[in-house]
Design a protein around this ligand. Structure first.
Ligand SMILES: *Cc1c(COP(=O)(O)O)cnc(C)c1O
Length: 387
């Protein structure tokens, strides 16, 4: 990792911008920077002058994220949606076709529909399956947008194959790598053009800051830099500090999330009140071979879903009886979080499509946290016993 040359600098008065080697870089909680005719030039050849454009605390985080994803540069945004909306606005214009699976993050789908209505981009929504994506991918498609692992049914895309097909037809391939994180998978290595992130989840890791990032080549990030400046979506310095702090333990946390998720998945799949467990690291998963091919140590992350025998009543009873496990949307926190997709993340998918995707009335999503696996299992066990 590079030394923080410009970021480890504290203000010691007007004349004294002295580099000080503190263990952690300071938070540049400031709107502007002094211009003395020789303004500090950043690594992007821009002048450091105003925090809507650039801020050293944010820049430090961007360098780290670019290194983690093995991209040329990264830009951070106020949220994952700010990163995604800025990326789509940058790449797409009137009449451009975007291919997107209909099991994608709900707000991403809503955004694409609204961009379609207001600005005339043309979405093609497809079933979340590699073959389906490839079938609809032709020269008319400007951009493909998908998530490495879908939510909540944990389908895995063959990113290398789709990347190759995108290159053949000249489409830009944007991968939302929020679920996998660069610890488990690096889509740019396998030919994706752009990676986007919600930093709100595993990257910050403590569920205490909202943020987003885009990683791409220098030409893209340079143009996107202007969009970020014009749209005003840069990440705030304090949130950048929190996310930077979270990143220090990303690898350790992901390892633990993975170990715990696998233990919980194995417990659930043997439970008499559980119909099915969806988790790509399980040998019976249809995505197991792909997970093995793509993800470090075959690990598909900390989120799994399972179907309880019964329906809505059984699920609600189960959720209400959880003691330690928090019931909430989102994931990537130290705490285990359970959610009910038909009333949360997948609410806006029409019921008939939901059914086809496997988002059934008895499906529970579990974002397995960092607690002792035994404690998580004990809580699941007592709540399942009460159904
Ligand atoms: C949460 C999430 C987003 C949106 O990120 P925010 O930081 O909440 O704006 C986008 N994509 C995926 C896969 C997510 O899980």
């Amino acid at each position: 990792m590079e030394k923080h040359v410009q970021t480890i600098t504290i203000h010691g008065g007007k004349e004294d911008y002295r580099p000080v080697k503190s263990l952690h870089p300071p938070i540049y909680q400031t709107v502007s920077f002094e211009q003395r005719g020789e303004a500090l030039i950043t690594h992007r050849d821009t002048e450091l002058k105003y925090s809507r454009e650039e801020n050293p605390t944010v820049m430090l985080l961007e360098k780290k994220i670019a290194l983690l994803e093995e991209g040329e540069d990264a830009l951070c945004f106020a949220s994952g949606m700010s990163a995604i909306s800025s990326t789509l606005i940058h790449f797409l214009g009137k009449g451009d076709k975007i291919l997107v699976p209909y099991e994608s993050y709900g707000t991403t789908q809503k955004l694409i529909k609204r961009l379609a209505e207001k600005f005339g981009i043309e979405p093609i929504f497809v079933f979340p399956d590699t073959e389906e994506v490839l079938k609809h991918l032709d020269k008319g498609v400007k951009l493909v947008f998908l998530e490495t692992i879908t939510n909540p049914t944990l389908k895995v895309f063959d990113v290398p194959r789709i990347a190759e097909a995108c290159k053949e037809v000249g489409a830009t391939f944007v991968v939302d790598n929020t679920f996998a994180t660069p610890v488990l998978y690096k889509p740019l290595r396998d030919g994706a053009s752009v990676v986007v992130h919600s930093l709100t989840k595993y990257m910050v890791g403590h569920a205490d800051a909202v943020g987003g990032a885009v990683v791409a080549d220098l030409e893209t990030t340079k143009e996107l830099w202007d969009w970020r400046n014009n749209l005003g979506g840069i990440l705030a310095p304090f949130e950048a500090f929190l996310i930077d702090r979270g990143l220090k333990t990303l690898e350790l946390r992901m390892r633990r999330h993975c170990e715990n998720a696998l233990k919980v998945a194995r417990y659930l799949r043997n439970h008499p009140k559980v119909e099915e467990v969806l988790y790509p690291s399980l040998p019976e998963s249809p995505y197991h071979d792909l997970a093995k091919k793509l993800f470090k140590d075959y690990c598909a992350g900390g989120v799994l879903s399972f179907k309880i025998k019964g329906g809505r009543n059984e699920v609600i009873k189960f959720l209400q009886n959880l003691k330690m496990i928090f019931t909430s949307p989102s994931f990537g926190a130290p705490e285990t979080i359970a959610s009910y997709p038909v009333v949360s993340a997948a609410k806006q998918i029409p019921p008939e499509i939901r059914e086809k995707l496997g988002i059934t009335e008895n499906l529970v999503r579990l974002a397995v946290g960092l607690e002792n696996a035994e404690d998580i299992i004990a809580d699941l066990d007592q709540a399942l016993a009460k159904i």
